[in-house]
Design a protein around this ligand. Structure first.
Ligand SMILES: C[S@@+](CC[C@H](N)C(=O)[O-])C[C@H]1O[C@@H](n2cnc3c(N)ncnc32)[C@H](O)[C@@H]1O
Length: 214
């Protein structure tokens, strides 16, 4: 017990946030070993929550542009509180209203994308509520449409790096990416543990599965 207590990091604390940033940076170095090849690119970060990963993305890729989008009000508050400069409030279903027609990205990052219909995050901008207050899905699945739109804002040789909490979401992502003609380079269980800061995802670890595609 004493050991557990000594190692305990309070969820939502600066320490927890820093741990997640470090863990995620390790994941990036595993899947983007050629750091130079991806340096200075334009990054779109989808369903970013409080953008805990912003420092990791900035430090690892030194992007020329980083836009992180989420449609959740209280994630926006967290992002502002933590001085996340890349956060843009908006719904991915209306990407054309958030981005300019000329915007183009080289790398798409989506961490713990809530792809499961009726599961986490299906309700617009309300991830936590959807975990605790289940309601039947009444709208058509939005994610294929979202990914089609995202593709319209990508360079032809863009890279997509997505992570998932759950197997069903991981499997669905593969199907969606096939439909929009992305070639899967890697799809696997992520062996690098990433502890959540306790905000973007309530407890435990995240980024359980990954897909890297081009
Ligand atoms: C599981 S959380 C992950 C947050 C963050 N990427 C992370 O890993 O900590 C999923 C996020 O997707 C966002 N989301 C779901 N549907 C969305 C939509 N249509 N437009 C923008 N964001 C959306 C939710 O608001 C939520 O913050």
């Amino acid at each position: 017990m004493a050991v557990l207590k000594d190692n305990y990091i309070s969820p939502g604390s600066a320490e927890a946030r820093q741990k997640e940033i470090n863990d995620f940076k390790r994941i990036l170095s595993n899947y983007f070993p050629d750091q130079k090849a991806f340096s200075g690119k334009r990054i779109l970060n989808i369903g970013c929550g409080p953008v805990t990963e912003e420092p990791a993305l900035n430090e690892y890729f030194s992007p020329s542009k980083l836009v992180s989008i989420d449609n959740c009000e209280y994630r926006k508050e967290d992002a502002i509180k933590n001085n996340r400069k890349s956060f843009v409030f908006g719904d991915l279903r209306e990407l054309e209203k958030i981005l300019s027609e000329k915007d183009r990205f080289d790398i798409i990052i989506g961490r713990n994308v809530p792809l499961s219909p009726g599961g986490t995050g299906t309700y617009p901008g309300d991830f936590m509520r959807s975990c605790t207050d289940y309601k039947p899905v009444t709208e058509n699945d939005m994610w294929l449409g979202i990914f089609r739109k995202i593709k319209g804002f990508c360079e032809e040789k863009s890279t997509m790096f997505l992570t998932f909490l759950r197997t069903d979401e991981f499997l669905r992502a593969e199907k969606i990416l096939e439909k929009i003609n992305y070639s899967i380079i890697k799809k696997e269980e992520n062996s690098h543990l990433c502890f959540s800061d306790g905000i973007g995802v309530a407890h435990g670890t995240k980024d359980h599965f990954i897909i890297l595609a081009q």
